[in-house]
Design a protein around this ligand. Sequence first.
Ligand code: ADP
Ligand code: ZN
Length: 216
Amino acid sequence: MDRKIYILLGAPGAGKGTLAAAISQEVGLAHIASGDLFREALSKGTRLGLEAKKYMDKGELVPDEITIKMILERIARPDCDTGLLLDGFPRTLEQAKALDEALSKNGESVTKSLYINVSDEEVVRRLGGRWICRGCQTPYHEINMPPKVKGVCDACGGELYQRDDDTVATVRSRLDVYTKQTKPLIDYYDKIGKLGKINGEGQAEEVAERLLAVVK
Ligand code: ADP
Ligand code: ZN
């Protein structure tokens, strides 16, 4: 298969989900978000979902084995034939290596890993006021990106909610996990010449334009 495979890297709150949702259709890539897959599994009450919840609620990573299996199954589905925008995966070196290995069995490889760079202070500020649509998962922010009507999704009219793991204590532990386990991936992709850097600060549309310029 000759499909483009992009990875979005960045801290929680860097805007990966918003960006991916904003550009995936325009560039014809399937937006695959590991966190959304876990939350979907949980809302359906599957074993995978219940298992993942134990870790998510604490801001910890779901074990690699479970996560890798879920993603590899997902990206093999036909809606991914046109290309991929991976959001939230890989998040550990183990996951990155498993992805490379699985792709190379198909004669494929990662096209580019795109690092959305946002300062620590900005990340904390953003995660604090985050609201997400129950219907279509679109994220909003009380200050940076409020919906037109409070509590209601602009895109689909769905109800907005705050994630259990968007509390102060969990945000801190998610940032910690990011620094220890995910940040090393920046180096990993840089060393193999596959890292792109994008300034993630400023207006959402500006950042999306910067990302589009790289992906198009
Ligand atoms: P955020 O955008 O805040 O980083 P996500 O929606 O991507 O949040 O992920 C929420 C939670 O789901 C993570 O804190 C983690 O528990 C779990 N999770 C998501 N992706 C992965 C992954 N690739 N590996 C392990 N756990 C993951
Ligand atoms: Zn919605």
